[in-house]
Structure formats: C-alpha cells, structure tokens
Design a protein around this ligand. Structure first.
Ligand code: PLP
Length: 391
C-alpha cells in the first residue's frame, strides 16, 4: 500500500529550518572561504581535560551515570557556581548535567510549559529558543531590542509584553548574536518586573565566562530571584568543549525534579567520559579559560575598531565572541549583504535577520578565529564596501 499521508507532526512541519545552516551549507561548497560564521571557540579543549576523559575510559568507566550526572561533577558545579557567581545550589537535587545547554533549554521549556502558556523571548537571540518554546506547546512572544540601546532589553517593553498567560522570560546574556552584556543595574530592573508579575526567568548564561569588561552577574544572585530562576550554563563556550555536549541546569528543587523527570526518560544521562573531563575542567581548567578570554578580548577590540573604521557602526559588546555591526549604510538587507559578501569575497557571516526581531540591518560575525583570519576577513569586507562606494 502506498503512503498517502505525511505522518509529520504539524508543529514540526511548520518549523523553519535554521537560517544559519543555509549559509554554512553554501560556504561548505566553496574554496578559500574565511568564516566568521561559526559560534564555537577556535581553541582545542585543554589537554588535561582531554586526558581525564581518556583516563576514565582506560579505567573502564563506561556505564551510565546517575540521571542528574556524576555526584562528583555536580559538587564541582555547585562549588563553581557559588565561587564564581555567588549562587548556591545543592548538588543533591538542584543541579542536572545535560547534553549541552541545548538540552538544558529544552527540558526547562518542557518542564514549565502548559499548552497556551506564553514565554517572552528577547530577540535578536539564539535561533533555538522560539522553536523549543513551540515544541513544548507554548507560545513564544518575541520582543525585539535595538541597536540604539545596545540591544538591551528595556524594562518598559518587557512589562508591555506581559499578559495573564505569561509564564516566563527567556533571557540570554552575554548574548548570542549581539554580544550584549547586562550589568547588575539592568538585571535589577528586569528582576523587579519579574517579581511584580510573579514570573519565572530562564537565564541562558552559557557565555558567562566570556564577560570582558566586568564580572558576570547572574540574575539568580539578586534578591528574591533564586527561587524564580532556571539557570542554564555549560562547558561548550568558556571551556572550549562544544563537541563534548555537556551543559547543566541549576534551579530550585521543585523545578529541578520536574526537569529531571523529562531528562531521565528522554536522555537517561549525559556522556560519562565527558563528565569526567568536565570535573577536570572545573578543578584545574580556569587558568586556560582566563587565557582564552584574554585572547578573545584582544580580538574583540580589533574587530570592533575595524568595522567602525570601515563605516559599519559596531557597538562594543561586553561578552561572548560575536560582534553585530550595522550594514544599513550599504542599503542592502542583511541577507543580501551576507550572500553577496560570500559569493564575491568569500567571507561567511550570518545575516542578523535570522536571529529574529531587531536583527535586520545587522550581521553577526564571530571572532572566535585567529587574528590572521580576522585580518583577512576585514580586508575582504573592506574591498566589498569599497566596490559599492565606487558604483
Ligand atoms: N545558548 C546559546 C546562547 C548559544 O549560543 C548556544 C550555542 O551556540 C547554546 C545555548 C547551545 O550550547 P551547547 O553547545 O552547550 O548546547
């Protein structure tokens, strides 16, 4: 009998594929491309971390771990969160080790969302947020930030988006794609509204280690916020461990227990050797994190100054490893800019429009590349701009 129906769930059929992938796929077919497109460190994971994972395999630690992760790792995470960010979580029942921050976001959404619940998503943002809200049965209410405010969420626009169905605010800082960092005062204004309306915050702080101008403040460390925050963090970015697929959640017991139910059925546990590597990363990897951060800071300063010199306005982002220059002076849309730049000068960047409201008119450039690559990219972008100015 021939297949006559689609079988695919409507929620998935209606989902748009990630706009980032389209550019990577095109760039992959070309030779000599300088890529500022990828959102991952160009560093290889610290050797002692790799060695710890290898050693765990040599010692035969190849079974499942506890659903929430190795207790030794959860203890290290608890210590790390308290010493770095002044937030205290119990390793017994408030920390879950996940398969990347990606899975952490997914279980957070699924644990709190009933059909029709609204989650406020601040854009431009990481491309997976709105789709994961929708997959969890919720409604993503998107609000756009703008270049004029350095892409900071304004308290008035946040409050205006709240309805009787709002359950949570999903916030990411330092931000992907803008690099925007929120300081304690910014966070306090947001926290006051969250408390006033009795909401939750899902705080994606995966770039917390990459804050260049002042120490990162976790929103959970503000008064009255620990009990209404689900913290998302992980090893991918600060520790240069993207391929290890290791993240974690920190949340009050009740929410953690709900997330753990989903995690135990959908994932069982995160990879065992990766967890042994992560223990080493937390115990002895901080010097390397600091040295990578120093390098990123130097590159950030170079690339921001270069874009401004080329006439592409670029704010100085406080964290992550992205800059988000305006391309409005060229008269092109961000998609046209990215496509023409790739085809003519072989530089891959991501159009700001794929990151949602507020992203049109900008491009995302990752500076997690060597200085030589960055200099080459800037030279080619300069040629691209010059050609347009001459016509
Ligand atoms: N959150 C943000 C803001 C990101 O930019 C990314 C990856 O690019 C993730 C989460 C996913 O991280 P992980 O590799 O830990 O799944």
């Amino acid at each position: 009998m021939t297949v006559t129906k689609s079988y695919i769930a409507k929620s998935v059929e209606n989902m748009r594929p990630s706009g980032i992938r389209k550019f990577f796929d095109l760039a992959a077919t070309m030779e000599g491309v300088v890529s500022l497109g990828v959102g991952e460190p160009d560093f290889v994971t610290t050797w002692s971390v790799r060695e710890a994972a290898i050693s765990s395999l040599e010692r035969g630690f190849t079974s499942y771990t506890a659903n929430a992760g190795l207790i030794e790792l959860r203890r290290e995470i608890a210590h790390y969160m308290e010493s770095r960010f002044r937030v205290r979580y119990s390793p017994q029942n408030e920390i879950i080790v996940t398969v990347g921050a990606s899975q952490a976001i997914d279980i957070a959404m699924r644990a709190i969302t009933d059909p029709g619940d609204e989650i406020i998503v601040v854009e431009p943002c990481f491309v997976s947020y709105a789709p994961l809200v929708e997959l969890a049965g919720g409604k993503a209410v998107t609000i756009g930030t703008t270049g004029e405010t350095g892409f900071k969420l304004q308290p008035e626009q946040f409050e205006a988006a709240i309805t009787s169905k709002t359950k949570a605010l999903l916030l990411c800082y330092p931000n992907n794609p803008t690099g925007t960092q929120l300081n304690k005062e910014d966070l306090q204004l947001i926290a006051d509204i969250v408390k006033k309306h009795d909401l939750l915050v899902i705080a994606d702080e995966i770039y917390a280690e990459l804050a260049y101008d002042q120490d990162h403040t976790s929103i959970a460390s503000l008064e009255g916020m620990r009990e209404r925050t689900i913290l998302i963090n992980g090893f991918s970015k600060g520790f240069a461990m993207t391929g290890w697929r290791l993240g974690f959640t920190c949340a009050p017991v009740k929410i953690s227990s709900a997330m753990l139910k989903i995690h135990q059925y959908a994932m069982m546990c995160a990879s065992t050797p990766a967890q042994y590597g992560a223990i080493e990363a937390l115990q002895n990897g901080m010097t390397d994190v600091e040295s990578m951060k120093k390098d990123y800071r130097r590159r950030r300063n170079y690339i921001v100054q270069s874009f401004n010199e080329l006439g592409l306005d670029c704010h100085l982002p406080g964290g992550a490893f992205y800059v988000f220059p305006s391309i409005q002076s060229t008269g092109l849309t961000s998609e046209q800019f990215a496509e023409q730049l790739l085809l003519e000068e072989k530089v891959a960047v991501v159009p700001g429009s794929v990151f949602g409201k507020g992203g049109e008119g900008y491009i995302r450039c990752s500076y997690a590349s060597s200085m030589a690559q960055l200099q080459e990219a800037i030279k080619r972008i300069g040629q691209f701009i010059d050609k347009r100015q001459m016509n």
